[in-house]
Design a protein around this ligand. Sequence first.
Ligand code: E4P
Length: 218
Amino acid sequence: MKFFIDTANLDEIREAQALGVLDGVTTNPSLMAKEGITGKDNIMRHYKAICDIVDGDVSAEVISVDFEGMVREGEELVEIDEKIVVKIPMIKEGIKALKYFSSKGIRTNCTLIFSAGQALVAAKAGATYVSPFVGRLDDISTDGIGLIEQILTIYRNYGFDTQVLAASVRHPMHIIQCAEVGSDVMTGPLSAIEALLKHPLTDIGLEKFLSDYKKGNA
Ligand code: E4P
């Protein structure tokens, strides 16, 4: 399973990249705003800065909600760097844009997916990735991981190439569950990735190994 980090924070992206297990980055307008990145030029520069840090795909979201606007923005975004994947919202105009970009060989990530039907249409339109929001579904007492599993089944049934990118991942158990059901990608915060490394018995065991070594090598 590919690990993407869901942030626009350059320090966190650097830290995740340094860990050596990062496969890409996802951003959205809220994450960009959180970092105080405003204005078209700054936004474009920031995407470039992210691309310069990571080896993998970087999702950059369009703001337009009409077909022409999405196409214009997407075409500008892919000029920034070959790592850019154009993130398109799951709306009617977005489906048309997915189809357009797919015919031009431009990679896309269809975001704000909350149902299997949405994922099916996005795949038919040629999306490279679909982003079902696991955490936001769990927030409303709906099974987010269940949706990932359902989409994977549908994609397997028909041999779609679209990759399932489990988004809105909040904690390490979400990551494990995504891996169990076979999600192609997950995107989450650095804290969730780092939490995978932790176990109290590892800390206790290491402390004992080191103290025993010190006793014999004082
Ligand atoms: C998807 O790519 C979004 O950026 C993101 O995963 C949303 O996560 P949130 O629900 O934690 O805001």
